[in-house]
Design a binder for this molecule. Sequence first.
Ligand code: TRP
Length: 359
Amino acid sequence: MQDLTVLDHLGGQLRRLCDVVGMDPATPVQLLSELLGRHGSRPLNAPPAWPSDVSDDHTPIEFSIAYNESEPPALRILAEAFGATPGVPANALATYEFLRAQSARYGLSTSRLDAVRDLFATEHPQGDFVLWLSLVFRNGRPPEFKVYFNPELTGPENSPRVVEQALDRLGLGPAYQKMVSLAVRPGELARKDRLTFFALDLQDGPQARVKLYLSHHDARAEDVARAASVVDGVDPAQVAEFCELAGRAERFTGRPLVGSYTITQGADRPNGYSVYVPIRSYVGDDQEARERVLPLLERYRFDPAMLDKAISAVTSRPLESGVGLIAHVSLRLGPPRPGMTVYLSSEAYQVFEGVSLVR
Ligand code: TRP
């Protein structure tokens, strides 16, 4: 066990997760290995090569299971690629490099990425990242790729301009105006309501989407419900209820609630909304998180047993012995795939100690 590498650890988790969702692990594990590159062969007991913010313990990979109403769950990976000498710009370049290789292999469309890329380039970026990516595996289909830009790379105060320009270039300017005017608390744009991610699907066609993420610091469920009401067909009460059931907080003063707006190419307003509850900030330990997520899965008619299997694929530690394994839980509303997603930390480097909430 002494020589266990980062890739051994993460690859093992991924293989077992593939098993849980009934998927061939070959492509996912291959892509994971390419993503990690030479960092995959680092010993697991060496410190992280770079303090990635993808997860709390700096593992540059986060797993998630996306339950869908009309099809089997998808397995997803959020990732940060590392440059040979890691750093924010170097890691972004490594991500572009990785994507270039995958574009050729999977016929990805990078036209929209190319159209906005220069807006997310600066010599001395602020914040923890410029560019992350995610991989989505659905059984029997080629992997899907998504990129996440950091709109705050030249400071939070510039993020509205960056996002507006990016959306303008993609012909989605009007959707932005409407969203921001209604979703942000008065005077809080780029303050308590922050534009934290700008995401693009790397595929073409009518389904190609942009996703804009707003992190609502120090918010109540009702603030997020109001933000969700920008999107037609989304029931704000359902969003508030989800936050309340997952977070059980009057005010979310720990990690922020996050909302994302899906804007489909050609639309003049967002047509999908997701809310993400950073449940790990609002529970004492992962057993408590699990006990909140299971009934939520049941409520939305997803197989709760699969969560336990996914947890076992990632860790063998008792759930009471730490917090943060279940990092976020999200509710997706509207097209293309309504459902719930549960985010699971790898805990490759560290398990965070739980806090007793018994008073
Ligand atoms: N670890 C970061 C955070 O918690 C980024 C992140 C990872 C994230 N997965 C996420 C943010 C899911 C929102 C939703 O903020």
